[in-house]
Design a protein around this ligand. Sequence first.
Ligand SMILES: Cc1cc2nc3c(=O)[nH]c(=O)nc-3n(C[C@H](O)[C@H](O)[C@H](O)COP(=O)(O)OP(=O)(O)OC[C@H]3O[C@@H](n4cnc5c(N)ncnc54)[C@H](O)[C@@H]3O)c2cc1C
Length: 396
Amino acid sequence: MKESDIFVSGGGIAGLIAAAAFADLGLSVVIADPAPPPKSAEADGSDLRSTAYLKPACDLLESIGLWSDLAPVATPLETLRVIDCSGSPPAIRTERAFSSTDLGEPVFGWNLPNWLTRKLLAKRLAGLSGVDLRLGAAFQSILTRDREAIVGLSDGSRHRARLAVAADGRASPLREAVGIGVDTTRYGQKALAFVVSHEAPHNNVSTEIYLSGGAFTVVPLPDHQGKPTSAVVWMNDGPVAASLMALDEEAFSERATGRSAGVLGALKLVSPRRVWPVITQRAAHLTAQRTAIIAEASHVLPPIGAQGLNTSLHDVSALVALAREMPEALGAPEFLDRYCRAREADIKARASAVDLFNRVCKSDKAPVQALRSLGLKLVHDVRPVRAGVMRKGLGV
Ligand SMILES: Cc1cc2nc3c(=O)[nH]c(=O)nc-3n(C[C@H](O)[C@H](O)[C@H](O)COP(=O)(O)OP(=O)(O)OC[C@H]3O[C@@H](n4cnc5c(N)ncnc54)[C@H](O)[C@@H]3O)c2cc1C
């Protein structure tokens, strides 16, 4: 049986970053994932979403030496434009821009395609001496005792660790194996994720366009075949999402252009489309004996305001700070209690705020729509409110 300080179940973005951060402290880490990263955006199973990494996430990546690998493929996000629409076809009612310079920052974040991030992170981890990266091996079993967790993988190997970390996604097998349930809220919505090229340049502006049914979010990417390009997340009621998925590429591009209120000119689909169920989900506990639950294994949020993975990286930062502060207690009850105390309130607050925000965004009720428009004006036009909301939401 192999011994290490930490076992991480799940080599998604959160698990890989957690493993690198622990290794950076000099801890030994075993990390397992049954699905190796795809080689290209077009490959089967490739995650076509992109993630806007806000400042605290970039600071974490920088501090553990990962940012230099990712920076060359990251697109800066300098302005967040929020547009409130009504009617069909959507007409713009209110439009406001939030600039990172309002907070004295050159950018409020960086956008990176998920499939590429995962590939680059896995490559970096494969070269780290403290990390045993087992791609193609799934977590299968766990037995915990006062001083250790013993983990079995699908490749037949067994591992003894002081701390097991569940980073194996929303259906987390490790979370289930230690008997932690979840509380799930469904909205009847689905999010379509895809990439478009467009006529007008994006100028490093991220745009969120609200309309009943859900948000349409356009986040800048590097040019594709010489054309300005962006990642899109389009939230819709389930049946509408299904009908959009059934359209051919041309008809889909036309519908997407209409839904974007034409703010970037004609949109052209340049990737496959993927559908994600929109839910809020929280694990009933963040820990079990010798086990910590992080990222989507712990919390899933609707994809608005770039809160999902950014919240996950706060989990990673909290665990790493504790491992630095109390290395002898890694995985012990006092360590796990401190992790709960560090993360519970923040996760609850973010989940509640994004849940409320999503309900307001998707509503087709006229008074709620009026409130949405008024709220946008208030948040933007009253300077101290704007600065406060930006600081909170963007983590700057
Ligand atoms: C459409 C959309 C857009 C989004 N945009 C943003 C954004 O802009 N900013 C942001 O912060 N967040 C965003 N999010 C959220 C973000 O994408 C997710 O939080 C993040 O990708 C989840 O990462 P994860 O590592 O927690 O989970 P996952 O990516 O699901 O990784 C879990 C890993 O566990 C592995 N696994 C499964 N079973 C096992 C097993 N038995 N053993 C070991 N491993 C296993 C899986 O193979 C997988 O690789 C978005 C979400 C959606 C749906």
